[in-house]
Design a protein around this ligand. Structure first.
Ligand code: KIV
Ligand code: ZN
Length: 502
């Protein structure tokens, strides 16, 4: 890897740390789509998975390794030889490969997680790096919970693993606890005190539990780190990881800090929408850079200023992140070409057959809604596999209102056979789900149920996320429909379709 003093390498972990979010799991085909998107975005390293964790993760690392050319493909391991063996096997086809191995270094991890000692942890870290180095040249070592690790001991570990062959040393703030000043000082301490630090790249890996992931990452970079571990839209466990788009645009906007990346910023918006759509994870409206309102000026004074000169209130030109500004409004009169153009603008490439299918669904939606926007298209494109589902909702009829007990009747297609049922409930959704349960008699418990509208207006699509517990496991379901009761029943069915013992 070339070493330019001001170049910051972007390491995307959307497919590993990001994908660990409950309900956001992707299948291998979807992961390949994301990986190829990351490649055209200009990401330097793609963390493709944790191969020993499941056959699905193993397979994704194999397939992503085959699918991308320029980025380094990275696989995560614990500091365990078997993990490393499996990762080496999964990376067999990668043109550029990296093993990311490591161990917890904070006193809390050493005592409670490993019931061990600092000396033993140091030994295990060195052993893992030396072992991985036998198979792969590019080895990244992570000191888990480095944010809460004593700096002197952290420096000792970092020095030892670099001596053992680590090319990158990752300093994760695993719990998102550090203050920006503290995290920056930690990186500086390593730069100043580790013998041989010039032989490795220091990496930041920050979590957002206290809302400081981006600030901490920047502080790390300003103090000598040259790799940032990030995810699209900041997805990740709990409050998420550092958002790629924020870090990339900070460096692009601030010429005063003289740091640069290989990111093609015009791919940021399409990539954000692709990941959001595939993971069914809406982007918060006021999210920096890619939120729906990030460039919406609503106050009269701001609107007046922006009309006179954009620079009065905008520090980023929306075109720089791939927002074309004219956001073509699709209606029932739009044709195939307009639909394809808009889909491509948000990162969805389709062949002619798929376009025809989507166009039919688009017309149904456009008849219900006056305008079909980007978020709606993501929902349409995400409905891809519904036709092949084991259980499908044939019809649903609900009567509800003030002063009446809600009643629902529905028809289900279960593997080609038709079933019908009716029930009452304390609300229309309850009535519909009770009807569903008289056909599908399982011990299922609805644990979480959220309804969001996507844009605005009473004709909007409602998105429903559900979590259903069944036989001790939690299943995640999703659907979107202009009818929120239908969306709720479909989301419940989506959960049932995922039961492993159907
Ligand atoms: O947050 C963390 O510490 C991690 C490591 C496994 C790199 O994700
Ligand atoms: Zn992490």
């Amino acid at each position: 890897m070339e070493k330019d003093a001001n170049r910051v390498y972007i390491f995307d972990t959307s497919l590993r740390d990001g994908e660990q979010v409950p309900g956001c799991q992707l299948n291998t085909v979807e992961k390949i789509q994301v990986a190829k998107g990351l490649e055209s975005l200009g990401v330097d390293i793609i963390e493709a998975g944790f191969p020993i964790s499941s056959p699905g993760d193993f397979n994704s690392v194999v397939e992503i390794s085959k699918a991308v050319t320029w980025p380094t493909v990275c696989a995560l391991t614990r500091a365990v030889e078997k993990d490393i063996d499996v990762a080496v096997e999964a990376l067999k086809y990668a043109k550029h490969k990296r093993i990311h191995t490591g161990i917890g270094t904070s006193d809390s991890h050493i005592k409670y997680k490993f019931n061990s000692t600092r000396e033993e942890i140091l030994e295990r870290a060195v052993k893992a790096v030396k072992y991985a180095k036998k198979f792969v040249e590019d080895i990244e070592f992570y000191a888990e919970d480095a944010g809460r690790t004593d700096n002197e001991f952290l420096a000792k570990v970092v020095e030892a693993v670099i001596k053992a062959g680590a090319t990158v040393v990752n300093i994760p703030d695993t719990t998102g606890y550090c203050l920006p000043e503290e995290y920056g000082a930690k990186i500086k301490y390593l730069c100043d005190n580790v013998v041989g630090i010039e032989n490795a790249i220091i990496s930041t890996h920050c979590h957002n539990d206290l809302g400081m992931a981006t600030a901490n990452t920047m502080s790390g970079l300003l103090n000598g780190a040259r790799q940032a571990e990030v995810t699209i839209n900041g997805i990740g466990e709990r409050a998420g990881n550092t958002a790629l788009e924020e870090i990339a645009m900070i460096m692009r906007s601030h010429s005063d800090i003289d740091l640069w990346t290989n990111i093609n910023s015009q791919r940021l918006y399409p990539m954000s929408r692709m990941v959001s759509g595939l993971m069914n994870m809406p982007v918060q409206a006021n999210k920096a850079i890619v939120g729906r309102n990030a460039f919406a000026h609503s106050s009269g004074i701001h609107q007046d200023g922006v009309i006179k000169n954009m620079s009065t209130y905008e520090i980023i030109d929306p075109k720089d992140i791939g927002l074309d500004g004219n956001s073509i409004v699709l209606t029932a009169r739009s044709g195939h070409a307009a639909l394809r153009t808009r889909l491509e603008a948000i990162g969805i490439k389709v062949d002619d057959n798929r376009l025809d299918e989507l166009y039919k669904q688009f017309l149904v939606m456009a008849d219900k809604k006056k305008e079909v926007n980007d978020e709606d298209l993501l929902v349409l494109a995400g409905n891809e596999n519904k036709d092949s589902h084991h259980i499908k909702l044939d019809y649903l009829q609900v009567t509800s209102g003030l002063g009446v007990r809600p009643v629902a009747s529905l028809g289900l297609d279960i593997a080609g056979e038709h079933f019908e049922a009716a029930s009452t409930g304390n609300g229309p959704v309850d009535a519909a789900i009770n009807a569903l349960k008289t056909i599908i008699k399982r011990q299922m418990v609805l644990k979480e149920f959220t309804i969001q509208n996507i844009t605005k207006g009473s004709n909007d699509l409602g998105k429903v996320h559900m979590q259903v517990e069944y036989k001790g496991k939690t299943y995640y379901g999703f659907s979107a429909n202009t009818d929120i009761i239908a969306a709720s029943v479909e989301a419940y069915i989506d959960c049932i379709n995922k039961f492993t013992d159907r």
